[in-house]
Design a binder for this molecule. Structure first.
Ligand code: LLP
Length: 395
C-alpha cells in the first residue's frame, strides 16, 4: 500500500510535501519518488524473506543511481540482466559478490565482464553454459529452470511456462546440470523466475515442489545443489489493497526447504512500485461524443497501460468539488494506445490542473523511450522531507 500519498485538505501530498509545489519547481511531467516508501517495502521483505535468504533487487524495475544506492545501502544485492545493469549496480555501491546476472541472451562480452568481476551467472541454456565454460572453468553457476507453472498473471509477464523462452524446461534440467559438470563448471544453484505481478503464493508452491524434486534427483545423481534462487514477481496491489503476502511465502519456504539450503529472491516491483508518482498537467479538454482530458505525459513515459492494459489510479493534485464526469485521460503521442484511463469518473479537471498517476515507481521510467522525439522525464526523490533532483529532464 502506498501510505505516503495522502490528501491534506484538498492538496495531494507525497511524504508531507505538496505535489503542486514539486511540479512548480521541476515542471511536468515528472516522476516523484518517496524514499520512505522504498525503505518501508524493502524492510517488509527483509523482515520476512530476508530472514530465510538473501534479497537481490531487480535493477530493471528502476535503475536510477540514487534509488539503487538507497536499496543497496540497506544491504540488498542486485539482479541484473545486461552489462549496463551490472555497471549500474557496481557504480551504486553493490559489491560484485551480491550481484547475479540473469537473462536469455547474454553476449560473450557480458559473460566475460561478469566473470572478470566475480558476478554470479544464472545460465539459461546449454549453449550458454558451454560459452561460460569456454571463458572459465571451476566457476560456480546457477541454471535457470523453467518449471512449467502458470503464474496467473498477464500473458506478457508469465515466464515459467513451456511456451516461454526463459530457462531450461525442467525435464531437460538433469542433462544441463550433468553437462555443466562435465564441462568443468560447478552448477550449485537452481534458479527460476516464473513471472511478475504474481498475487498469490500458489504458483510459488507448485514451482517449489518441482524444483525440490529436481534437487533430490540431482543430489542422488551426485550433483550437489546447495542453493535455490526463487526469482522475483511479488505483486503489488494497484487498487490500494494488500500486496502479495510475503509472509505466506516465507512460511511455505520455512516449512518445505531442507535445512542448509541457501535461498535468494529477486524482487523489483515490490520494492519500487508504490514509491513512484508521475505528475502530469492537463493541456486540453475535448468534449464531444466522448470527453477526453489531454495531459502532457505520454505512453513513451509510462508504457504499462498501453502495453499490458495496466491500471494505475489517477488522482487530482488539487481536489475539486464539481460534478463528476466520465472521461478518458489521454497523452499527446500519436497512437490511440496512448491512453492512461478509459471511462473514469472524476470532477472534470481544468486546463492547467495537475494529476498524479500512482504506483509508477517500477517499470515506469525504466521502460520509457523518446518516441515522438519526446525528452526523457526528470526524477525527483523525496528524502527526509526534502525533494532532490535525481535525474535531469532530457533535451
Ligand atoms: N528476476 C528476473 C529474472 C526477472 O526477469 C524479473 C522481471 C525479476 C526478477 C523481477 O520481477 P518483479 O519482482 O519486479 O516482478 N515490465 C513488466 C514487468 C516485467 C518483469 C520482467 N522481469 C511490468 O511493467 O509489469
Amino acid at each position: 500500500m502506498n501510505n505516503d500519498l495522502i490528501y491534506q485538505g484538498s492538496d495531494l501530498m507525497l511524504d508531507r510535501l505538496p505535489l503542486a509545489a514539486i511540479a512548480k519547481e521541476y515542471g511536468t511531467p515528472v516522476y516523484v519518488y518517496s524514499a520512505s516508501s522504498i525503505r518501508g517495502q524493502a524492510d517488509r521483505l527483509m523482515q520476512s524473506l530476508g530472514t530465510i535468504g538473501s534479497l537481490r533487487y531487480a535493477v530493471k524495475a528502476n535503475a536510477n543511481p540514487a534509488l539503487l544506492a538507497l536499496v543497496f545501502g540497506m544491504g540488498i544485492g542486485a539482479d541484473s540482466v545486461s552489462r549496463g545493469e551490472m555497471q549500474a549496480a557496481l557504480g551504486a555501491g553493490c559489491p560484485a559478490d551480491r550481484i547475479v546476472f540473469s537473462g536469455v541472451g547474454k553476449t560473450q562480452e557480458e559473460l566475460a565482464f561478469a566473470l572478470d568481476r566475480g558476478i554470479f551467472i544464472n545460465a539459461e541454456s546449454e549453449e550458454e553454459l558451454a560459452a561460460i565454460a569456454r571463458l572459465q572453468t571451476g566457476v560456480h553457476v546457477g541454471i535457470r529452470i523453467n518449471p512449467c507453472v502458470d503464474a496467473h498473471t498477464h500473458q506478457y509477464m508469465t515466464t515459467g511456462m513451456a511456451e516461454n523462452k526463459f530457462g531450461i524446461p525442467i525435464d531437460f534440467a538433469p542433462r544441463a546440470f550433468r553437462e555443466a559438470m562435465d564441462k568443468g563448471l560447478v552448477p550449485d544453484t537452481i534458479s527460476c523466475h516464473i513471472g511478475s505481478q504474481i498475487t498469490s503464493v500458489e504458483p510459488y508452491r507448485k514451482s517449489l515442489a518441482r524444483l525440490l524434486e529436481l534437487r533430490d534427483s540431482l543430489m542422488s545423481d551426485g550433483i550437489p545443489v546447495s542453493a535455490l534462487d526463487m526469482g522475483g514477481g511479488f505483486g503489488i496491489n494497484y487498487e490500494g489493497g494488500a500486496d502479495f503476502a510475503v509472509e505466506d511465502l516465507q512460511a511455505l519456504l520455512h516449512r518445505d526447504v531442507p535445512q542448509g539450503m541457501k535461498l535468494s529472491f529477486e524482487p523489483g516491483r515490490y520494492i519500487m512500485g508504490h514509491a513512484g508518482t508521475l505528475v502530469t498537467r492537463v493541456l486540453y479538454r475535448k468534449r464531444y461524443a466522448r470527453t477526453f482530458v489531454v495531459v502532457d505525459v505520454g505512453m513513451n513515459d509510462l508504457i504499462r497501460p498501453a502495453l499490458y492494459q495496466a491500471h494505475h489510479a489517477i488522482l487530482p493534485v488539487t481536489r475539486r468539488d464539481s460534478e463528476l464526469v466520465t472521461c478518458d485521460i489521454v497523452g499527446p503521442v500519436c497512437e490511440s494506445a496512448d491512453c492512461f484511463a478509459r471511462d473514469v469518473s472524476m470532477p472534470l479537471p481544468d486546463q492547467g490542473d495537475l494529476l498524479a498517476i500512482r504506483d509508477t515507481g517500477a517499470y515506469g521510467w525504466s521502460m520509457s523511450s523518446t518516441y515522438n522525439s519526446r525528452p526523457l522525464l526528470p526524477e525527483v526523490l523525496i528524502e527526509d522531507g526534502e525533494p532532490v533532483l535525481i535525474r535531469e529532464r532530457g533535451l
